[in-house]
Design a binder for this molecule. Structure first.
Ligand code: ADP
Length: 557
């Protein structure tokens, strides 16, 4: 409201006040009257007075509008971030993280610029134009007849033509530009996460070349956007000058005096100026619109994996998991088919099979990271889709192959699996995971920060911290994606010992790569090409299943 009022003052002073003052003081000064210095000063003081009012109005308007713009930006960024927390994993395969980062940072920034500049001018310029038109029409009718007014009105549609044409070009290019910005961001992100590989494979030059190429493309697009955007103001300025020339020509022909014509020319100028600014604003809006569409694509993306209205909260979970004719596809052909198996509570199941057979997919369906495309999965007899997601995931501990730690203290990294746990419980969990002693060896103990994605810890240490998380959470279901990479003997033994304790009393699904882990299993599922082709204990399978034997002999040590 304040912004509106300040904008009105600014507009009135620009469009109306200045020309009015000139009209008021010029005849006086050039008339026959003799003024004392003070009187003269008083007359000319009207000029700074108008400008002071205009300045204060403009300043307040700009600050208040910027405040609104920043608030809106904050809200949009927050909404995009919130949305990303709940969107299904599938979405993140379609959009890489660089693209999403770029949307959340760059597109919101462009939108902010549009909002600030836009709302500022959107309010001020039309009012300035209106004030100038009122002045023009009023004065012109009074002094010089309708000719002037008609002349002015004729020029307006001429101004609109280049605006429309350029703005159309602008929106296409702006969209392309923002998309390219996403590609550049993704390239940088990928490069930063692979600094080691870049050094190891001597990819520095190759990476630089690739980046240069992207930047050149980006540069070209940027230039195009600038070309169209910056063409708006000069085209209108040129049309303005033609308008002004015609006005002067008309004035000469109709014998209008200088005192009469100066205010009119000023008013004319002040009415073309808002047209120019509205033109630029239109271009800015098109740029903003391109970014807005990219943000809306995220905000409007439907969340497909979510709570059904009648979803229930789980109370006490035993941990029986039943796959009923489950089928799954990532979009193209089926990755899992005809999966029927009943996992009993408290038993350990190992998934074995060649790479790409569907083991991870099978495990990922249980916490509903992906939704089955056929059949159903039940936990304790309840279809997973009828269980509140939060409640379902509370029952599951996940230990992944490539554990990601947050860049926080070790303490907080363990704590996140059960917020509210006591310090003693955290130490106990770390002890069980054979992590306590190496944590205590750090100078800062549990307060040690682990670095970006846990960069300051070894692979074995990271795994033990994720095991500590699982001990702390103590959920009835455990999903474990065993690391394929070899660890040192000591870590390997400690992790195995920790696992033996961890699996007690839980329903466990292990994507197993090591013989020692397979031996823990009560039952092994043999996967091939998306199907469970056999099942049994190691001894049974080794005897009866030639496929298992070959996988086992080839891949396991
Ligand atoms: P495994 O864990 O046995 O190595 P996966 O479950 O990871 O096998 O993969 C099974 C199949 O699904 C493979 O053919 C793989 O290419 C495909 N796949 C895995 N993840 C995705 C994904 N996110 N999008 C599309 N296809 C995928």
């Amino acid at each position: 409201m304040g912004a509106l009022l300040a904008g009105l003052v600014y507009a009135a002073m620009s469009g109306f006040g200045l020309a009015y003052i000139l009209q008021d003081i010029l005849p006086e000064l050039y008339g026959d009257k003799i003024y004392s210095n003070w009187a003269l000063l008083l007359i000319v003081a009207k000029l700074p007075l108008v400008f002071a009012l205009r300045a204060i109005g403009g300043y307040l308007n700009a600050v208040l509008i910027t405040y609104c713009g920043l608030k809106i930006l904050e809200e949009i960024r927050m909404r995009v971030f919130s949305k990303l927390q709940y969107l299904q994993l599938e979405f993140f395969q379609k959009h890489n993280s660089g693209d999403l980062l770029s949307r959340s940072m760059n597109d919101t920034a462009i939108l902010q610029q549009t909002i600030i500049q836009g709302s500022n001018d959107l309010l001020v310029q039309p009012f300035t134009l209106l004030a100038a038109i009122i002045f023009l029409v009023w004065t012109a009718l009074e002094n010089t007849g309708v000719g002037f007014v008609l002349l002015f009105l004729l020029m307006v549609p001429v101004c609109v033509m280049p605006i429309r044409h350029l703005a159309r070009k602008l929106i296409q290019r702006a969209k392309q530009l923002q998309k390219e910005m996403g590609v550049v961001t993704e390239y940088e992100r990928e490069n930063l996460t692979a600094i080691r590989e870049v050094r190891a494979f001597n990819l520095e030059e190759e990476q630089k070349r690739g980046f240069r190429k992207l930047l050149q493309k980006f540069f070209g697009l940027q230039l195009k956007v600038t070309k169209y955007f910056k063409a708006i103001a000069p085209s209108i300025e040129f049309i303005t000058s033609v308008g002004l020339a015609l006005a002067i020509f008309y004035a000469k022909k109709t014998d209008i005096t200088l005192e009469e014509v100066v205010p009119l020319v000023v008013a004319l100028y002040f009415s073309y100026d808002p047209i120019k600014k509205i033109g630029v604003l239109h271009g800015q809006f098109k740029k903003g619109l391109a970014s807005l569409e990219r943000l809306e694509a995220v905000l409007d993306e439907p969340i497909t994996i979510t709570d059904e209205p009648d979803a229930i909260e789980l109370e006490k979970v035993e941990g029986r998991i039943k796959f009923d004719d489950v089928e799954f596809s990532y979009g193209e052909g089926p990755v899992l088919k005809e999966i029927n198996s009943a996992l009993e509570a408290g038993k350990v199941y190992a998934l074995v099979g060649p790479s790409g057979a569907g083991k991870s997919t099978f495990a990922n369906l249980v916490p509903r990271f992906f939704e089955v495309t056929g059949g159903s999965i039940q936990l304790d007899g309840v279809d997973l889709r009828k269980i509140k997601l939060r409640s379902l995931r509370q029952q599951i501990s996940l230990v992944s192959q490539d554990p990601i730690l947050f860049n926080a203290s070790i303490y907080n990294n363990i704590l996140l699996s059960r917020p509210g746990a006591s310090e003693e419980e955290i130490h106990e969990a770390a002890r069980k995971a054979y992590a306590h002693s190496f944590i205590m060896d750090f100078e800062n103990g549990y307060d040690t920060r682990v670095g970006d994605r846990g960069a300051r810890l070894s692979g074995g240490q990271k795994q033990r911290i994720t095991l500590a998380r699982a001990f702390l959470k103590n959920a009835p279901i455990l999903i474990l994606d065993e690391a394929t990479s070899a660890l040192d003997g000591e870590s390997e033994r400690q992790i195995h010992d920790a696992l033996e304790v961890l699996v007690q009393g839980k329903t466990v699904i292990i994507i197993a790569h090591r013989f020692s882990t397979i031996q823990m299993a009560d039952m092994i599922f043999v996967f091939d090409k998306g199907k469970i082709i056999d099942r049994g204990t190691h001894d049974q399978l080794h005897k009866s299943c030639s496929f298992y034997r070959s996988v086992y002999d080839n891949r396991l040590s």
